[in-house]
Structure formats: C-alpha cells, structure tokens
Design a protein around this ligand. Structure first.
Ligand code: NI
Length: 259
C-alpha cells in the first residue's frame, strides 16, 4: 500500500536523462519513503505535454495522466485543442483534466485569454464528467468565481496556497485540496493553517515534481518519494501517523480520480 502522488510532471526535461532510474527508485521501498510510491498522476500543461503524459502512462504501470492547458500556456489554445484533449480523454489511463486555471503571477498569457481558456476547459469537464486539477496562482477570487459557474464539475485545488476560509469553501462544494512541499516550508505559515481545516476525506498529497521539493529536500529536483515528508507534515497537523496519512490520501486519490 504505497503513496499516491496526485500531481507531478515527469515529462519535464529535467527527468529526460534518468527517468527509468527515477521510476525504479520511487516505486521501491526506501529510507526516504518506506512504503514506496504506488501511483503518480502526471499533469499536462498543453496539448503536446498532455500527449507525453499519456505516453509515459503507457510505459510505466504506476503512472496515470491528466490532460489540459496550463494558464501560462493559454496562448497555445486554438480550435483544435478541445477535440485533441477529448480524444486523449478516451485513453484508459487518462483520469482528469488539468492543469487548468489562472496564473496572475507570471501572466505569460493575458488575463482575459486565461479566463476564456479556463472556461472552455471547465466546459469540457462538464461535458465529459472528468474531474479537474486546478492551478491558482495569485488569482484566488477569479478562480473561485469561474469554478462556481460550473456547479456540476468536481475538482482538486493543486498545491493549495489559499486561506483556511477558502479551503473551507471548496470543501463545502465537495472539492478536494492537495498539498505539496509548500506545507513544509517554514515561511509559509498560512498553508499549514489551511491544511488543518481540511477534513481527512478531502486531503490529497502531491509533489509537483520537479518543483516544490519539501523540507528537508528543498531546492533539489523533486520526486514522488519525497512526498512522504509532505505526508508526514500533514499527519502531524492532523495528529496521525505518517503511514495513516499515506493510506488516507491514497484512498482519497483513488476515489477522486475514479480509479
Ligand atoms: Ni503542476
């Protein structure tokens, strides 16, 4: 019964040189992650990386895929994007639409375009019934407003960075909240506060590998076995053992992705 990493990017070029070894390492029991990693969902950021995530899922049994267009890549959206993603969703290892949302920190794409693409992808989720993985960077209010336009769509807030109050609102709507290494960072006091108010049956754990490695690996290339440290922090906040938290978040992710 291993760990479920609900959000990773093993299609990233930083893994291109040694992915076989990394997958071998994370799926084995180790000092870093005594239970081993059992499942990983790789998340697409545009049409080509979504396709790559599916190819990785075909190659490695523990990998699954989400397909979508990241707000920073909203400018790549065109009229062929929706049919392409729809076709990919027919793949047996496609489990979600993501990552989608809004990013006001970098604004590689203008806000209006990001919102328009986000709405199109939420509409795809409503039509196909797949859950969504949401990227929300410094856009909490607008993300929340758009999500509320689609009451039938269920999702997860990835690498949650909002307030405890915001977490409560998503939970009330039936959504899941996923925590990355940021919940272990000493300078991010609000993240653990939010993690505390999320009920146990709505918590997910993730890496966002290769980014956001948890303490004590901060700054390194992240990998799914490091998420054990994130699970340990969540366990501490909820008064559980790490292995209990690994089991709870594994079961939650299996439910969320309908696997
Ligand atoms: Ni990501």
């Amino acid at each position: 019964m291993g760990l479920f990493d609900s959000h990773a990017h093993y299609d990233d070029p930083r893994f291109a040189g040694d992915l076989d070894q990394v997958v071998e390492h994370i799926s084995s029991q180790s000092e870093i992650c005594p239970c081993g990693v059992e499942y990983v969902v790789n998340i697409g950021c545009d049409v080509p990386t979504s396709r790559l995530c599916l190819e990785l899922a075909e190659k490695y049994p523990l990998f699954y895929a989400a397909v979508g267009i990241h707000p920073q890549d909203a400018a790549t959206f065109n009229e062929e994007s929706i049919p392409a993603l729809k076709e990919m969703l027919r793949h047996p290892k496609a489990v979600a639409i993501g990552e989608i949302g809004l990013d006001y920190k970098y604004e590689n794409s203008p806000r209006d375009l990001q919102k328009a693409v986000f709405r199109r992808l939420m509409d795809l989720a409503r039509e196909t019934g797949y859950p969504v993985c949401i990227h929300d960077r410094d856009a909490h209010g607008d993300v929340f407003d758009i999500i509320r336009e689609f009451p039938d769509v269920k999702g997860v807030m990835h690498s949650f960075s909002g307030s405890p109050e915001m977490a409560r609102q998503y939970v009330k709507m039936g959504w899941f909240i996923s925590f990355s290494g940021t919940v272990t960072f000493k300078n991010a006091a609000v993240v653990p506060e939010a993690a505390k108010v999320v009920p146990l049956d709505r918590l997910l754990v993730e890496t966002d590998a290769p980014y956001l490695a948890p303490v004590p690996y901060r700054g390194k290339r992240n990998k799914s076995s490091f998420a054990y440290a994130t699970a340990a922090r969540l366990a501490e906040l909820h008064g559980l053992t790490t292995d209990e938290m690994v089991e709870i978040t594994r079961q939650n992710a299996l439910n969320f992705f309908q696997m």
